[in-house]
Design a protein around this ligand. Structure first.
Ligand code: SF4
Length: 564
């Protein structure tokens, strides 16, 4: 396929990813250009700004809790409410509970990380669609259904990206509808393509941008939207719980009251768990069996489901943010305050600062590393640093378990995040922490009662495949498998016997399945149902053998989130 003739396009700035970071970057950049042109009509600029989004439409792959700190949105579009930004509710009341097997204890106060006064409840998929429409109104080229699959270099300088080919069959051969991907050359490439960015992962390896940093670590979150009977919950209610059902991993839940008697119920779990059978979808179903949840969700009907990973390492896991011709922002740069479960405002603000840096570089015509280095200084002086610095040792501490970590977390709270030991290292990547089924679950293994899914009723309780159906996920069945398995023998001969194939459990979309191997009696092989993939990236992160490489599927495929 290397001999393909490709169209070439020269642009000023290409932004990889049309999520909150990428669209904020595009909008801020166009605002700066407009301000410049008003003041300097004789030297007006008309840069070409392109946003590439792999989803079929902007917002279709965007998912978050989400309670948003509106500070960055207010700065970007001060009259966002008047302009119709889909804010679902202000946060009106908050509570925190510890859940035991069949009891609950309400915290007498709302601990600081859970305080959400002044924040807004949003659906990120809806808000991203709105940001996309604002960008298009400004004349920005937002190309949905186009994924950047390769970064282009001139030596060590990033000079643009190549978009993916479309119309390839399962074996990678062109079909009748084949369309070759394009070469897009740009002065600045802003990587804003979200958690475990597949493109930036390779760029950071090539340019050594993670040298001296803690490794990237992640949480996996799944959520459901549930329709309750009239009067079921007050919009603006925010509840967090800890404890049940998790007993082998660290994480917590979030419950947000939406308008029209809808409620979001979600669960996030750190992927540094040693549990080989972690199944966050199953744990979410179990959560709903708790008496407290049964009361809250009485007569509810699940109407939406989705999942994504989020970076959890914070400040010390952030890569170097710039190099010649490139900047990185948002989740792709680990910019999530995992203590408060907040990342949208950091994604937006970092995107805006990337835009300001790009604008200065465009005016100078200088896209060198030195010219773009001011981005890191801007981040240092922003809410990104403020929030992430205050929680810089949080993940390292909470990973010990909530009760063991509590005293250290209190010291961190009063010392601005420093605690007793700063900088705390992260010793292991998430792929390195899994232990054997025997070690964690004893002889019972997968049959242990804690590994059982509550009986699905297709109302409040669902099996995984039925949940995936609600995501609207589509991939062309006759397109190449984007989940590249390095060595299937490892799955069969080592992983299944010892770990019982963690990917069969952690994948929130039932993509991986150990099935009988028809060529080897009594043996199993891994089947990959790649068309179910909801692009959460967990398999790329958590496979104990780093045996799965998540690559970009044909653009336009994946989930189609409407209200996530
Ligand atoms: Fe997530 Fe991987 Fe499963 Fe896709 S295959 S849904 S990326 S774990």
């Amino acid at each position: 396929m290397d001999s393909i003739q490709r169209e070439e396009m020269e642009v000023d700035v290409v932004i990889v990813g049309g999520g909150s970071a990428g669209l904020s970057a595009a909008i801020r950049l166009q605002q700066l250009v407009n301000e410049h042109n008003e003041k300097n009509p004789d030297s007006a600029m008309e840069p070409m700004i392109v946003v590439l989004e792999k989803a079929s439409e902007v917002g279709a792959h965007s998912l978050s809790g989400a309670v948003m700190n509106p500070c960055a949105l207010k700065e970007l579009i001060p009259d966002y409410e008047e302009q119709g930004c889909p804010i679902l509710s202000d946060v009106k009341k908050e509570a925190v509970y510890y859940l035991g097997e069949d009891f609950k204890v309400k915290s007498p106060i709302v601990p600081p990380p859970f305080k959400n006064h002044g924040n807004k409840i949003v659906s990120l998929s809806q808000m991203t669609r709105w940001l996309g429409s604002k960008a298009e109104e400004m004349g920005i080229h937002v190309f949905a259904g186009f994924s950047a699959v390769e970064t282009l270099f001139d030596g060590d300088k990033v000079v643009g990206v190549r978009t993916g080919d479309r119309g390839l069959d399962k074996d990678g051969n062109p079909k009748e509808n084949f369309e070759a991907g394009m070469i897009i050359k740009a002065g600045v490439t802003i990587f804003a393509d979200g958690t475990r960015s597949p493109l930036f992962k390779r760029v950071s390896e090539k340019l050594n941008l993670r040298e001296g940093k803690n490794p990237e670590v992640f949480e996996l979150g799944v959520k459901e939207v549930i329709q309750l009977p009239k009067g079921g919950i007050e919009a603006g209610t925010v509840i967090h719980t800890m404890g049940f059902p998790l007993n082998k991993g660290v994480g917590g839940t979030f419950i947000y009251g939406l308008p029209d008697d809808q409620v979001v119920v979600g669960l996030c779990v750190y992927l540094d768990t040693s549990d080989p059978l972690l199944d966050v979808h199953r744990e979410l179903q179990k959560l709903k069996t708790h008496p407290f949840m049964r009361d809250l969700l009485k007569d509810g009907q699940v109407i939406g489901y989705g999942g994504k990973t989020l970076p959890a390492g914070g400040w010390y896991s952030m890569p170097k943010l710039y190099s010649a011709g490139m900047l990185v922002s948002g989740d792709a740069a680990s910019m999530v305050d995992v203590k408060k479960l907040k990342g949208i405002h950091l994604a937006m603000k970092s995107g805006m600062l990337a835009a300001e840096t790009s604008f200065e570089a465009m005016k100078k015509g200088d896209f060198s590393e030195e010219s773009l280095s001011s981005y890191a200084e801007k981040i240092e002086q922003s809410v990104v640093k403020d929030d992430l610095w205050a929680t810089r040792n949080f993940h390292q501490t909470i990973s010990k378990g909530i009760f063991l970590a509590a005293p250290e977390m209190m010291i961190q709270e009063v010392t601005g995040g420093r605690g007793l030991w700063d900088k705390m290292p992260i010793l292991h990547k998430d792929s390195e922490t899994t232990k054997s089924v025997l070690d964690i679950w004893g002889a019972e293994g997968v049959d242990h009662k804690d590994n059982q899914l509550p009986e699905p009723d297709n109302k409040l309780f669902y099996d995984k495949l039925s949940s995936v159906y609600m995501t609207g996920t589509m991939h062309d069945e006759d397109s190449p498998n984007h989940l590249k398995l390095q060595d299937g023998n490892v799955c069969q001969d080592v992983c299944y016997p010892k770990y019982k194939s963690p990917c069969n459990h952690f994948c929130p979309a039932s993509v991986y399945e150990m099935i009988e191997d028809e060529n080897k009696e009594g043996s199993k092989k891994l089947q990959i149902n790649y068309t179910n993939c909801i692009h959460c990236q967990t398999c790329d992160i958590k496979c104990p053998f780093n045996n799965i490489d998540w690559t970009l599927p044909e653009a336009g495929g994946g989930p189609n989130y409407q209200q996530m």
